[in-house]
Design a protein around this ligand. Structure first.
Ligand code: GCB
Length: 685
């Protein structure tokens, strides 16, 4: 690109790229704040009109939704796709309408000093929010929260009811993240009039709806709007630099207190910016790297206005450092090896809907198998998941929804401007999580295309300007010599599926090809490398010897071959391996995918699996993993196999397990293989 064109390009981007206003602290209860969760059953209607805009034409937000047409029950949080028996809803593209009437406590309304906020944790993809018929805000993009101050409207309304209407549109275009295209099928001999489809370039189901909780919460008018912490340490002294922004007061007095787990105050300071010194610091360590991983201090921030109004917010803070050298990823100056998984937010029925049991189960599974990390492939996960990761010492590569940027038109100004804003929203939301050690700005973009160089240069440098404390990467599957964005990243993250998408059937070439892949990338960039995806599909119960594609044996052989190379290359510059995938997940319907993707490495989410794994009579019904399969290395394989066989037998004899028998066996094999691999490499420093 010529320099004149380059300048015009950048000027255009900058003119549309406005920095975000304000913070987006996770809503909490505190002495000065209250949270009311208004999730649950909402009224719902998909706008099935040909143009999908009847709701706007008829102003469905102005009256109760039931007065403008039929409504059905829809749970929130949940994707709507799999809730009904109607394939039109499962595959719906366009606007859907949600509505709920809730009561707002009188005291919230009466106290003019109370700010009443309405926050949506995430709705996919474009949302418009009304309260009592008045438009409050719009938001572009799923996976990240948005909110509005609704106090004014509520105080003008009669009574304390609050009718919340949210219209959500899942249409993806060349400029959305992820991108997609709408294709009208105009051949009237093959498609009816108005027929269109949504094309996507990513490999997971485009679940839609209100995916995370909807919360009403209060703060005082004088309130803590944002907090930013950065941490470091030297010897046994920890340092927490903080920056607090307070709104509603021109000269607020800010007091910050840091407490240890036992409640002891270990440091305090006054002022909206400053640093807290912690002697005998307890550092935040990853799981399996320390006997006390995930140590969190509690930072209480108190802001008081000139007239005595106070707000209090408490933030968990892990003190740790992150650094990248040419061969290593250092956490607290010690080499960290990402022994982890890629995940999805995905479950039967609820789709991408937030679900505590699933989340807790997934963490238990990850820890049980010895995983110390995961990547939020391919979009930001719920904040509660990052809070869990903080507490358990599970390291996170935090990825934005930049997946499937494959069309050259998605490298244009409007796309980049939106991508920069999404990174701003992501960093604003997740910057204070100790578990988050690196930002990923994209997954498998067409980074060999000419505009990709400038695009990623801007994107990475903008992300670094938002947060200089963390490395930035994106996940590539491009050729090392032609990837135009790689010069700008701190860590090279490569996806490859040798003997699967390349040389299918030839596991014997994995060793050579993977070694060459690593040597090529390292030779060109001298940056540490993470194998950010690898794996192979298997059809449960399909066997062959010698192994053939789609059999359980083939999947195992692929993993084994990859692991052999990792074990060599981690002695040089390979700093991690993230298997594809922690659990099965749903994809679009295509001949290449049998009921979603089957590259699972564990017993995690996906289908409603958890209830299949209690050990019945042997354990009195306790979850069998706690009883039969304690975590950590050194458990003989035979014992672990017994756990699974026990499950299998139990399910068979109860008559419930038969359909899952082979499936369980698949998982058993893969899990044991990964478990053995991970445990044999676990490092305790
Ligand atoms: C990839 C993608 C991931 C797919 C996976 C596969 O490279 O990043 O989203 O699901 O490959 O199995 O094809």
């Amino acid at each position: 690109m010529g320099s004149v064109v380059k300048c015009v390009f950048l000027a255009a981007v900058c003119s549309v790229c406005q920095s975000l206003q304000g913070g987006m602290l996770f809503p909490i209860d505190s002495p000065t704040r209250e949270v009311k969760d208004v999730s649950g059953l909402w009224r719902f209607r998909a706008d099935l009109s040909p143009e999908r805009n009847r709701g706007f034409q008829q102003e469905w937000f102005k009256r109760p939704l039931a007065e403008t047409g039929p409504v059905i029950d829809m749970p929130v949080p949940s994707s709507y796709n799999d809730i009904t028996q109607d394939s039109k809803i499962r595959d719906f593209i366009g606007w859907v309408w949600y509505e709920k009437e809730v009561w707002v406590p009188n005291r919230w309304i009466q106290d003019q000093g109370t700010r009443i906020m309405l926050r949506v944790g995430s709705a996919h993809y474009y949302s418009v929010l009304w309260v009592n018929g008045v438009k409050m805000t719009e938001h572009e993009g799923g996976h990240l929260p948005f909110e509005a101050d609704v106090g004014g409207v509520l105080r003008q309304s009669t009574g304390s009811t609050c009718r919340i209407t949210i219209a959500v549109n899942n249409t993806l275009t060349l400029e959305t993240l992820p991108p997609g295209t709408i294709q009208y099928m105009n051949d009237r001999t093959r498609y009816p009039s108005g027929y269109f489809i949504q094309n996507i370039n990513f490999d997971f189901f485009n679940y839609a709806g209100i995916h995370r909780s909807v919360l009403l919460y209060t703060t005082p008018k004088v309130h803590i709007d944002d907090i930013t912490v950065e941490t470091t340490f030297s010897d046994n002294i920890g340092l927490v630099s903080y920056d607090v922004s307070v709104l509603g007061s021109s000269k607020p007095a800010v007091k910050v207190t840091l407490s240890a787990k036992d409640g002891r105050c270990v440091a305090s300071a006054n002022g909206s910016r400053g640093a807290l010194k912690v002697t005998d610091v307890n550092l935040w360590w990853p799981y399996l790297m320390h006997e006390n991983p995930g140590y969190l201090y509690s930072m209480e921030v108190q802001a008081t206005s000139e007239d005595g109004q106070t707000d209090v917010y408490t933030l968990p803070v892990g003190i740790r450092t992150v650094q990248v050298t040419s061969t290593q990823f250092l956490i607290n100056n010690k080499p960290f090896y990402f022994h982890g998984v890629n995940k999805h937010e995905d479950a039967d029925i609820r789709g991408k809907g937030f679900d505590w049991p699933l989340i807790v189960k997934d963490f238990n599974l990850m820890k049980w198998m010895g995983a110390n990390s995961f990547r939020t492939s391919h979009y930001p996960y719920a904040e509660e998941i990052l809070q869990m990761a903080d507490r358990h010492g599970i390291v996170v590569i935090d990825e934005c929804p930049g997946v499937g940027i494959r069309d050259i038109r998605s490298f244009g100004n409007a796309s980049l401007a939106h991508h920069l804003i999404v990174m701003e929203e992501l960093v604003r939301r997740d910057k204070n999580h100790a578990s988050v050690v690196m930002w990923s700005v994209a997954n498998e973009p067409a980074s060999e295309m000419p505009p990709a160089g400038l695009y990623f240069k801007e994107l990475v440098s903008h992300t670094k300007s938002l947060d200089s404390s963390r490395p930035v990467t994106y996940i590539t599957n491009s050729n090392y010599a032609r990837d135009l964005g790689a010069p700008y990243v701190d860590v090279i993250c490569v996806n490859s599926y040798f003997s699967w998408y390349h040389d299918p059937g030839h596991t014997e070439v994995i060793g050579l090809q993977l070694t060459t892949q690593f040597d090529n990338w390292y030779g060109k960039y001298q940056k540490p490398i993470i194998q950010s995806e690898y794996g192979a599909d298997a059809v449960p119960g399909l066997h062959s010897d010698p192994p053939m594609m789609f059999t359980e044996e083939y999947q195992k052989t692929v993993l084994q071959n990859y692991h052999d190379v990792f074990d060599q290359k981690r002695k040089e510059f390979v700093i991690g391996e993230l298997i594809w995938n922690f659990a099965d997940f749903m994809t679009a319907q295509t001949i290449a995918r049998w009921s979603g993707i089957r590259k699972e490495s564990s017993l995690g989410s996906g289908s409603p699996k958890p209830e299949r794994f209690s050990c019945g009579s042997d354990t009195g019904g306790s979850p069998m993993r706690q009883v039969c399969c304690p975590p950590g290395p050194g458990i003989p394989a035979s014992e672990r196999i017994n756990c699974f066989l026990c499950t299998l037998e139990n399910r068979k004899s109860s008559g419930n397990g038969v359909p899952y028998t082979s499936y369980t066996m698949t998982i058993t094999q893969i899990l044991l293989l990964i478990y053995d691999h991970i445990c044999s490499n676990a490092v305790i420093v």
